[in-house]
Design a protein. Structure first.
Length: 246
Protein backbone atom coordinates (compact mmCIF):
# COMPACT_ATOMS: atom_id res chain seq x y z
CA UNK A 1 0.00 0.00 0.00
CA UNK A 2 1.12 3.56 -0.70
CA UNK A 3 2.35 5.82 2.08
CA UNK A 4 -0.11 8.43 3.32
CA UNK A 5 0.59 11.93 4.63
CA UNK A 6 -1.24 13.18 7.71
CA UNK A 7 -0.87 16.63 9.22
CA UNK A 8 -1.09 16.41 12.98
CA UNK A 9 0.53 16.69 16.39
CA UNK A 10 1.91 13.89 18.56
CA UNK A 11 -0.40 14.00 21.54
CA UNK A 12 0.84 10.88 23.35
CA UNK A 13 3.77 8.49 23.15
CA UNK A 14 5.02 5.29 24.80
CA UNK A 15 8.10 3.11 24.48
CA UNK A 16 7.49 0.00 22.41
CA UNK A 17 9.83 -2.95 22.44
CA UNK A 18 13.55 -2.47 22.91
CA UNK A 19 14.11 0.48 20.57
CA UNK A 20 10.78 1.59 19.18
CA UNK A 21 8.15 4.15 20.15
CA UNK A 22 4.37 4.11 19.81
CA UNK A 23 2.92 7.45 18.76
CA UNK A 24 -0.62 8.76 18.99
CA UNK A 25 -0.97 11.50 16.38
CA UNK A 26 -3.91 13.91 16.51
CA UNK A 27 -4.63 14.46 12.81
CA UNK A 28 -6.92 16.82 10.94
CA UNK A 29 -8.65 14.13 8.90
CA UNK A 30 -8.77 10.98 11.03
CA UNK A 31 -8.64 12.17 14.61
CA UNK A 32 -6.14 10.45 16.91
CA UNK A 33 -4.37 7.58 15.15
CA UNK A 34 -1.58 5.22 16.19
CA UNK A 35 1.74 4.73 14.47
CA UNK A 36 5.01 3.10 15.48
CA UNK A 37 8.40 4.64 14.75
CA UNK A 38 10.84 1.75 14.60
CA UNK A 39 14.35 2.12 15.97
CA UNK A 40 13.85 5.67 17.23
CA UNK A 41 15.47 4.87 20.58
CA UNK A 42 18.52 3.34 18.95
CA UNK A 43 21.98 4.91 19.03
CA UNK A 44 22.05 5.71 15.30
CA UNK A 45 18.59 7.25 15.06
CA UNK A 46 18.18 10.19 12.70
CA UNK A 47 15.43 12.80 12.75
CA UNK A 48 14.41 11.81 16.29
CA UNK A 49 13.32 15.38 17.16
CA UNK A 50 10.60 15.19 14.50
CA UNK A 51 8.94 12.39 16.45
CA UNK A 52 9.06 13.85 19.93
CA UNK A 53 5.97 14.61 22.01
CA UNK A 54 3.98 17.63 20.75
CA UNK A 55 5.77 17.75 17.42
CA UNK A 56 3.42 19.25 14.81
CA UNK A 57 4.29 17.96 11.37
CA UNK A 58 3.27 16.37 8.10
CA UNK A 59 3.77 12.71 8.94
CA UNK A 60 4.31 10.13 6.24
CA UNK A 61 2.70 6.92 7.50
CA UNK A 62 2.64 3.44 5.96
CA UNK A 63 -0.62 1.52 6.44
CA UNK A 64 -0.59 -2.04 7.72
CA UNK A 65 -3.18 -4.76 8.12
CA UNK A 66 -3.94 -3.73 11.69
CA UNK A 67 -4.84 -0.36 13.13
CA UNK A 68 -1.23 0.64 13.80
CA UNK A 69 0.67 2.31 10.97
CA UNK A 70 4.41 2.73 10.53
CA UNK A 71 5.84 6.24 10.83
CA UNK A 72 8.19 6.67 7.87
CA UNK A 73 9.18 10.34 8.04
CA UNK A 74 8.03 13.74 9.28
CA UNK A 75 8.28 17.25 7.91
CA UNK A 76 8.13 19.42 11.03
CA UNK A 77 5.95 22.53 11.03
CA UNK A 78 6.57 23.43 14.68
CA UNK A 79 8.28 21.41 17.38
CA UNK A 80 7.00 23.65 20.20
CA UNK A 81 10.42 23.14 21.80
CA UNK A 82 9.92 25.63 24.68
CA UNK A 83 7.32 23.19 26.04
CA UNK A 84 9.72 20.24 26.18
CA UNK A 85 12.46 22.44 27.65
CA UNK A 86 10.39 23.58 30.66
CA UNK A 87 9.18 20.88 33.06
CA UNK A 88 6.24 22.97 34.26
CA UNK A 89 5.03 23.69 30.73
CA UNK A 90 5.58 20.07 29.74
CA UNK A 91 3.61 18.70 32.69
CA UNK A 92 0.73 21.12 32.08
CA UNK A 93 0.45 20.35 28.36
CA UNK A 94 0.70 16.62 29.14
CA UNK A 95 -2.34 17.01 31.39
CA UNK A 96 -4.18 18.92 28.65
CA UNK A 97 -3.38 16.13 26.19
CA UNK A 98 -4.67 13.51 28.66
CA UNK A 99 -8.05 15.15 29.11
CA UNK A 100 -8.30 15.70 25.36
CA UNK A 101 -7.64 12.00 24.75
CA UNK A 102 -10.20 11.11 27.40
CA UNK A 103 -12.91 13.22 25.76
CA UNK A 104 -12.13 12.36 22.14
CA UNK A 105 -10.69 8.84 22.07
CA UNK A 106 -9.15 7.40 18.93
CA UNK A 107 -10.29 7.79 15.32
CA UNK A 108 -12.83 10.55 15.99
CA UNK A 109 -12.00 13.55 13.79
CA UNK A 110 -12.75 16.92 15.36
CA UNK A 111 -11.08 19.92 13.76
CA UNK A 112 -12.35 22.28 16.46
CA UNK A 113 -10.75 20.31 19.28
CA UNK A 114 -7.55 19.95 17.26
CA UNK A 115 -7.50 23.74 16.76
CA UNK A 116 -8.13 24.18 20.49
CA UNK A 117 -5.27 21.88 21.42
CA UNK A 118 -2.85 23.51 18.98
CA UNK A 119 -3.82 26.94 20.31
CA UNK A 120 -3.11 25.82 23.88
CA UNK A 121 0.26 24.25 23.01
CA UNK A 122 1.25 27.41 21.12
CA UNK A 123 0.26 29.56 24.12
CA UNK A 124 2.25 27.36 26.49
CA UNK A 125 5.30 27.53 24.23
CA UNK A 126 5.34 31.16 23.13
CA UNK A 127 3.03 33.28 25.27
CA UNK A 128 3.54 34.46 28.83
CA UNK A 129 0.22 33.29 30.23
CA UNK A 130 -0.54 32.42 33.85
CA UNK A 131 -0.74 28.65 34.11
CA UNK A 132 -4.09 28.87 35.91
CA UNK A 133 -5.53 30.94 33.08
CA UNK A 134 -4.39 28.57 30.33
CA UNK A 135 -5.40 25.46 32.26
CA UNK A 136 -8.86 26.55 33.31
CA UNK A 137 -9.73 28.16 29.96
CA UNK A 138 -8.71 24.98 28.15
CA UNK A 139 -10.69 22.75 30.52
CA UNK A 140 -13.90 24.73 30.09
CA UNK A 141 -13.48 25.19 26.33
CA UNK A 142 -12.77 21.48 25.85
CA UNK A 143 -15.89 20.55 27.79
CA UNK A 144 -17.93 23.01 25.73
CA UNK A 145 -16.69 21.60 22.43
CA UNK A 146 -16.65 17.97 23.53
CA UNK A 147 -20.36 17.60 24.22
CA UNK A 148 -20.50 18.89 27.79
CA UNK A 149 -21.42 22.53 27.21
CA UNK A 150 -22.53 23.85 30.61
CA UNK A 151 -25.88 25.58 30.99
CA UNK A 152 -25.01 29.07 32.16
CA UNK A 153 -28.07 31.23 31.52
CA UNK A 154 -30.47 30.37 34.36
CA UNK A 155 -31.25 27.76 37.00
CA UNK A 156 -32.01 24.47 35.26
CA UNK A 157 -34.65 23.63 37.90
CA UNK A 158 -36.80 26.75 38.07
CA UNK A 159 -35.30 29.27 35.68
CA UNK A 160 -34.24 31.50 38.55
CA UNK A 161 -31.18 33.69 38.88
CA UNK A 162 -27.91 31.71 38.88
CA UNK A 163 -25.94 31.82 42.13
CA UNK A 164 -24.08 28.49 42.12
CA UNK A 165 -22.55 26.12 39.58
CA UNK A 166 -23.32 22.43 39.88
CA UNK A 167 -20.55 20.31 38.36
CA UNK A 168 -22.77 17.23 38.74
CA UNK A 169 -25.60 18.79 36.72
CA UNK A 170 -23.39 20.83 34.37
CA UNK A 171 -25.53 23.86 35.05
CA UNK A 172 -25.97 26.97 37.13
CA UNK A 173 -28.58 26.74 39.86
CA UNK A 174 -30.31 29.27 42.07
CA UNK A 175 -29.98 29.73 45.82
CA UNK A 176 -33.02 27.55 46.55
CA UNK A 177 -31.97 24.61 44.38
CA UNK A 178 -28.24 24.33 45.01
CA UNK A 179 -26.79 21.29 46.76
CA UNK A 180 -23.79 20.58 48.93
CA UNK A 181 -20.68 20.70 46.76
CA UNK A 182 -22.03 23.30 44.34
CA UNK A 183 -19.68 26.25 43.91
CA UNK A 184 -20.72 29.83 44.67
CA UNK A 185 -20.62 32.23 41.73
CA UNK A 186 -20.34 35.96 41.41
CA UNK A 187 -21.01 38.14 38.37
CA UNK A 188 -17.36 38.27 37.28
CA UNK A 189 -16.92 34.51 37.47
CA UNK A 190 -20.21 33.82 35.67
CA UNK A 191 -19.46 36.34 32.92
CA UNK A 192 -16.02 34.79 32.40
CA UNK A 193 -17.48 31.29 32.11
CA UNK A 194 -20.00 32.52 29.56
CA UNK A 195 -17.29 34.21 27.51
CA UNK A 196 -14.98 31.18 27.45
CA UNK A 197 -17.79 28.77 26.55
CA UNK A 198 -19.05 30.87 23.63
CA UNK A 199 -15.99 32.63 22.20
CA UNK A 200 -14.01 31.70 19.09
CA UNK A 201 -11.10 29.39 19.81
CA UNK A 202 -8.53 31.91 18.64
CA UNK A 203 -9.93 34.45 21.12
CA UNK A 204 -10.20 32.17 24.14
CA UNK A 205 -7.24 33.83 25.91
CA UNK A 206 -7.89 37.33 24.60
CA UNK A 207 -9.28 38.87 27.75
CA UNK A 208 -8.04 40.49 30.92
CA UNK A 209 -9.44 40.56 34.43
CA UNK A 210 -8.42 42.99 37.14
CA UNK A 211 -8.48 40.44 39.96
CA UNK A 212 -6.26 37.50 39.03
CA UNK A 213 -7.69 35.51 41.95
CA UNK A 214 -10.70 34.78 39.75
CA UNK A 215 -8.64 32.11 37.99
CA UNK A 216 -8.17 30.23 41.23
CA UNK A 217 -11.93 30.12 41.77
CA UNK A 218 -12.61 29.23 38.14
CA UNK A 219 -9.96 26.52 38.33
CA UNK A 220 -11.89 24.90 41.18
CA UNK A 221 -14.96 24.67 38.96
CA UNK A 222 -13.37 23.52 35.71
CA UNK A 223 -11.07 20.96 37.28
CA UNK A 224 -13.93 19.35 39.17
CA UNK A 225 -16.16 19.49 36.10
CA UNK A 226 -13.57 17.72 33.95
CA UNK A 227 -12.98 15.05 36.58
CA UNK A 228 -16.69 14.29 36.92
CA UNK A 229 -17.46 14.27 33.19
CA UNK A 230 -14.43 12.12 32.35
CA UNK A 231 -15.11 9.96 35.42
CA UNK A 232 -11.44 9.58 36.26
CA UNK A 233 -8.51 11.01 38.15
CA UNK A 234 -5.55 12.14 36.03
CA UNK A 235 -2.06 11.20 37.21
CA UNK A 236 -0.65 13.94 34.99
CA UNK A 237 -2.63 16.54 36.97
CA UNK A 238 -1.24 15.29 40.27
CA UNK A 239 2.26 15.40 38.81
CA UNK A 240 1.68 18.93 37.53
CA UNK A 241 0.80 20.13 41.02
CA UNK A 242 3.90 18.42 42.40
CA UNK A 243 5.96 20.40 39.89
CA UNK A 244 4.16 23.62 40.84
CA UNK A 245 5.09 23.09 44.49
CA UNK A 246 8.78 22.52 43.78
Amino acid sequence: MDDLVYRGIIIRQANYGDAHRMLWIFTETDGIIKAVRYGIRGKKTSNAAAFQLFSYADFKLRPSRGDIMTAVSADVIDGFYPVSEDIKKLSLVTYLSDITFSILGEANPDKRILALFLNAVYAAAYRDEMWQKLKTVYELKLMSLGGFLPKLDKCMVCGGAPEYFSCDKGSVVCRLHHSAGDIKLDEVLLSLMRYISACEIKKMLSFNVENQDVFGRLNEITEKYVRLQCDMEFKSLKYFYVICDM
